[in-house]
Write a protein that binds this ligand. Sequence first.
Ligand code: ADP
Length: 217
Amino acid sequence: MVSHELKTPLTSLSAIIQVSNAKLKGSEDQFLASAMEKANLQVKRMSNMINGFLNVSRLESAKLQLDKQEFDLGALMENIVAETTLTVSTHNLTLKGCAQVMIYADQDKISSVITNLIGNAIKYSPKGTMVQIACETTANKVQVSVRDEGIGLKPQDKEKVFDRYYRVENSHTQHISGFGIGLYLSAEIIRRHEGEIWVESEPGAGSTFYFSLPYNS
Ligand code: ADP
């Protein structure tokens, strides 16, 4: 209920920002234009968080529905990477091997999984490092990987990061905000698509998060 209530003012705030943004297009005022971009980004972040909580409660009441359709995973990845590159200048994002890959899945939910993995790679790694995103296809599977050069994970944490509300607490993460639901939701979404999700990581040596989905080439 709280999540629903929060969405209403956020939706109008988002609309106001969109309209202001449109009015500012071509304006000479650089400060306002960039402030509006930032406001837009923060509204998007908040809306993602609220949707995350809504999805946790839907998941727990078994109401998380998949709305599957055929779409190009490669094009979706390109869009997400392009949009992230527009708003994030702290990391170098690269994308490899994600040419046309038609899959039958819930596009919005797969999009939220990719956004979450890329967001985490940025959140948990130092400025100026690389985030390498790649796709690999075999006859019946497509595998997506997101590799960062960040703080990495200890073996005992690797097993738990997909649990609900689990967050690693140490000196590296204490100033990084989050609720520990992104990977939990991502794992559920991938499992419901009969896919797999896992991580390879060493403390201090970065992490690579993977997911795979069934695919008919
Ligand atoms: P949040 O980031 O909001 O805490 P997530 O569910 O997305 O929630 O992630 C759970 C935890 O897993 C994080 O709190 C963090 O400790 C760890 N984690 C996730 N992604 C990474 C990563 N790329 N590198 C290191 N740790 C990570």
